[in-house]
Design a binder for this molecule. Structure first.
Ligand code: F58
Length: 845
């Protein structure tokens, strides 16, 4: 007897499956043919026991049916690039936060409805099927998600481009919330398998570690011995929106070869040592960001970085050489006119000495020629000014792991110093900070950002304010050496995933009012909504879409937290990595103050209060103690507030567990207010601010990162601004050190309330002490929570008042969407293409 799934409506998916004849229709776009193709995969690409066709099986079969079409487009794209031979961009990133692929692929391929109908015919519901997919979370936060948005835009703009990364077995951890606070669980996205990756058995490159440098009789140098692993390519297709172009995200996996398996030892019972190299190979791509508190953790992270760089560059060079096969000979000096390499932060910096090594030691170029090629090829994006986040690698470790690269880095450093002394002797006093090597005898290190600035032809920040800070502070000394090297490329987000697909209700309204769907690829068209922002019909439709999304969100919250929230309350959301500079602590202190005031009010007084649901979500780095305390505090506050019958119809506080891309796709459409409240000058850009704004959510925020530009675009009257500005921060920190800070009574009251034990017996003193005192390690309120708190609370009062005026709020919401056109990653990528990479579209006809 076949196992069947009886669906809620009484139909059996397996029975329905039997009625649809399986047939291969790789390019199907009619529901009946799509259904037949899905059934074909259910039957002939089996991964499960036969006769089982539950949502999970339906997901895998659907994904495989989509892949049929993608493979066709993918091959055509590859051939087109080969034929036209344009300059191509290679985006090197240690992180990609791809999220789910199925819903995105059928959207980009414009077969969403066909799949919904087809699955219906098969007794399934598309939404449920889509939810079977695990997020591919090969990244930590904004930087990784940016890389994924960029790939979507590169494909959509038909640009000849590739993403390169690592195929981590365990991506970002799964966050569990227990009585203790955050706990981390390994998330195995490959537990079953990913239907989206295609292993390229013919794309394999050797990558060496350790060993020594051998001097050849002709004076050339060669890196030899050590350990050699194989990098094997897994390609993930990246379809563009309504175009045939489908590009690749190439993820490397580390393997040892069969020759490295010691059969003799194994047969002698020494199982572990027999497979030692195999187990070391497995470690390389085992986890995203292995903990780097230990020396072995640091070494593993460095190995990962080099593995990505070496495999990718060998592949790029191989493609460069292959393209002219059988045609005229080529010159290395042409390489930069065929290849652009973008470093996503300093994590892939080793691409610089690796390219030099490959050109000199393998291809026989001299230093000057190799340097010319390298510097014209590589560009670098900076994503942070936080000193603790600027990578510095121990020279001792680097000499051991990468001896030839250290020779090259020393030479780059030496030549840089000589160049400065010869051309700008006035910079002599700045040289100790500008040079690449920091030879402090206590701990000699390589400064990766400096290596990037010296070697790249272009360095960019990710929002105007951030780029200005790079020029005036972090990289100020280099400006006179290379006046035009520093650029700005304000980040963007893909409007496909972050509006069209995650918020179909609002998308349909936008399309109806703009009378076109062109905004999906030309986001500037949203500005057309401005002229109808006061229109009562549009406002009514806008409000009903928001309400539908809020209801969906409320159901989700109930399911994952057990907390019931009121869709009529103001939905106030802050979701991002937990970090002191992002100031989730300020948010929760504000919530605590609000709760205390509600408690003090009479029932009649409470009736004037705007009901709010404050939602906070995000992951803390496993070893970041204060961030974990903040997570615990939010949960403790929620436990008290949400069960307090006196006030819980006016305030709920919810911690959203396991924040990831898919959760964001649910939260953002249902949000009304979102908090982007970092200490000014510390958040390079932020990208969720753009997602919220695009979905008609109002922002309460500081003048930090891209908030500045969002506020300019949507209009200052539509933005709840507060807090110190970036240029005031150094003075405020000085004043604090000098004991000149006077705390606001509301701030003191909120802290005191925590200390009174109102939220349980957990010891919050270490966290609160970070906000106190005027100086000292982990004290003195470095992030200025105390300073900004009063203006934050005032801004929150303005929010409450504005929300009472529904028409005004709706108008502000429409204007937020209308002003978000600039923040499309299509705009960002077009600027990279023109101003940094010098590449043009290469479209599959
Ligand atoms: C983020 N950086 C910035 N780094 O913080 C954010 O302002 C910006 O919008 C975004 O990049 C995109 O430009 C970021 O996400 C990381 O996740 C690092 C990864 C490696 C470990 C340290 C954090």
């Amino acid at each position: 007897m076949a196992a069947t799934t009886v669906r809620a409506n009484g139909t059996s998916a397996t029975a329905k499956l039997e009625k649809i004849p399986p047939a291969a229709h790789p390019l199907a776009d009619e529901p009946a043919e799509v259904a037949a193709n899905i059934n074909y995969h259910a039957k002939y690409s089996p991964h499960f026991s036969p006769f089982k066709f539950e949502p999970e099986q339906a997901y895998y079969a659907s994904a495989e049916s989509v892949l049929d079409r993608l493979v066709q487009q993918w091959n055509e794209t590859y051939l087109q690039f080969h034929k036209d031979d344009p300059k191509q961009t290679y985006y090197l990133s240690m992180e990609y936060l791809q999220g789910r692929a199925l819903i995105n692929a059928i959207g980009n391929l414009n077969v969403h409805n066909a799949y919904a109908d087809a699955l219906n015919k098969l007794g399934h519901d598309l939404e449920e099927v889509v939810e079977q997919e695990k997020d591919a979370a090969l990244g930590n936060g904004g930087l990784g998600r940016l890389a994924s948005c960029f790939l979507d835009s590169m494909a959509t703009l038909n640009l000849p481009a590739w993403g390169y990364g690592l195929r981590y077995k365990y991506g970002l951890f799964k966050q569990l919330i227990t009585k203790m606070g955050q706990e981390e669980i390994a998330e195995d996205w490959l537990e079953k398998f990913s239907p989206w990756e295609v292993v390229r058995h013919d794309v394999v490159f050797p990558v060496r570690f350790f060993g020594r440098v051998k001097l050849n009789p002709n004076g050339s140098r060669k890196w030899v011995e050590g350990e050699v692993f194989q990098a094997l390519a897994y390609d993930v297709p990246i379809p563009g929106y309504k175009t045939k172009n489908t590009i690749s995200l190439r993820l490397w996996e580390a393997k040892a070869s069969s020759g490295d398996f010691n059969l003799f030892q194994f047969n002698d019972g020494q199982y572990e040592s027999a497979a030692q190299l195999h187990s070391r190979a497995q470690q390389i791509c085992a986890v995203l960001y292995p903990g780097d508190a230990t020396e072995s953790g640091k070494l593993l992270r460095l190995k990962q970085q080099f593995f990505l760089c070496s495999a990718s560059l060998q592949d790029i060079i191989h493609r460069f050489k292959e393209r002219k096969d059988g045609k005229d000979s080529w010159q290395w000096s042409e390489f930069p006119s065929k290849v652009a390499v973008q470093l996503n932060d300093t994590h892939p910096t080793l691409a610089i000495p690796e390219l030099m090594r490959l050109l000199m030691d393998d291809e026989g170029l001299g230093w000057d020629e190799a340097w010319d090629v390298t510097t014209r090829t590589i560009a670098y994006t900076n994503h942070t000014v936080l000193p603790e986040a600027l990578e510095k690698w121990s020279q001792v470790v680097m000499w051991k792991l990468l001896p030839r690269h250290m020779e090259i880095i020393e030479e780059i450093d030496k030549r840089f110093i000589a160049m400065i002394r010869a051309t700008q002797p006035d910079l002599e006093s700045k040289l100790p900070n500008m040079r690449i090597l920091d030879n402090n005898p206590q701990k000699p290190v390589v400064r990766m950002a400096n290596l990037c600035v010296v070697s790249a032809h272009t360095v960019n920040g990710v929002a105007q304010l951030h780029s200005d800070i790079l020029k005036s502070e972090l990289f100020a000394d280099y400006v006179s050496v290379w006046p035009s090297k520093l650029q700005n490329k304000t980040n963007g987000i893909t409007p496909r995933r972050w509006l069209r697909f995650c918020n179909p209700e609002l998308s349909n309204i936008i399309t109806k009012w703009l009378k076109t769907e062109q905004w999906v690829t030309n986001l500037d068209l949203l500005v057309g909504l401005r002229q109808c922002a006061d229109n009562a019909d549009l406002q009514a439709e806008w409000a009903s879409a928001k309400m539908a999304n809020k209801q969906r969100l409320a159901q989700y919250i109930l399911r994952v937290t057990g907390v019931s929230i009121d869709p009529n309350s103001l939905f106030d959301i802050q979701v991002k990595r937990i970090h002191e500079y992002k100031r989730q602590l300020m948010n929760i202190l504000g919530a605590i103050y609000r709760y205390k005031k509600l408690k003090e009010m009479s029932p009649d007084e409470r009736k004037n209060i705007t009901p709010r649901t404050i939602m906070i979500g995000g992951k803390a780095f496993a070893t970041y103690t204060n961030a974990k305390r903040i997570v615990k505090l939010v949960n403790d506050v929620g436990d008290v507030v949400n069960t307090d019958p006196e006030v819980n119809s006016y305030l709920k506080v919810v911690f959203i567990p396991n924040y990831n891309v898919s959760v964001a796709e649910m939260l953002i459409p249902g949000s009304e207010l979102s908090q982007h409240i970092s200490t000014a000058g510390m958040e390079a850009s932020g990208t969720s601010n753009m997602k919220f704004s695009l979905n008609g959510c109002l922002i309460i925020g500081t003048l930090d990162g891209a908030n500045v530009e969002i506020r300019e675009e949507i209009g200052e009257e539509n933005f709840f601004l507060f807090g110190a500005t970036a240029d005031q921060v150094p003075r405020l920190r000085k004043e604090r050190e000098n004991g000149l800070f006077k705390p606001d009574p509301r701030f003191e009251e909120a802290k005191q309330f925590i200390r009174s034990g109102a939220f349980g017996s957990y010891d919050y003193n270490p966290l609160l002490e970070s906000l106190e005192g005027n100086s000292g390690y982990g004290r003195g309120d470095y992030f200025l929570v105390g300073h900004d708190f009063p203006s934050y609370m005032d801004a929150q009062e303005r929010v409450d008042a504005a929300y009472k005026d529904t028409k005004k709020w709706l108008k502000m919401s429409i204007l937020s969407t209308a002003g978000s056109g600039k923040f499309s990653s299509d705009r960002t990528i077009s600027q990279y293409a023109k101003e940094i990479w010098n590449i043009e579209e290469c479209r599959v006809p």
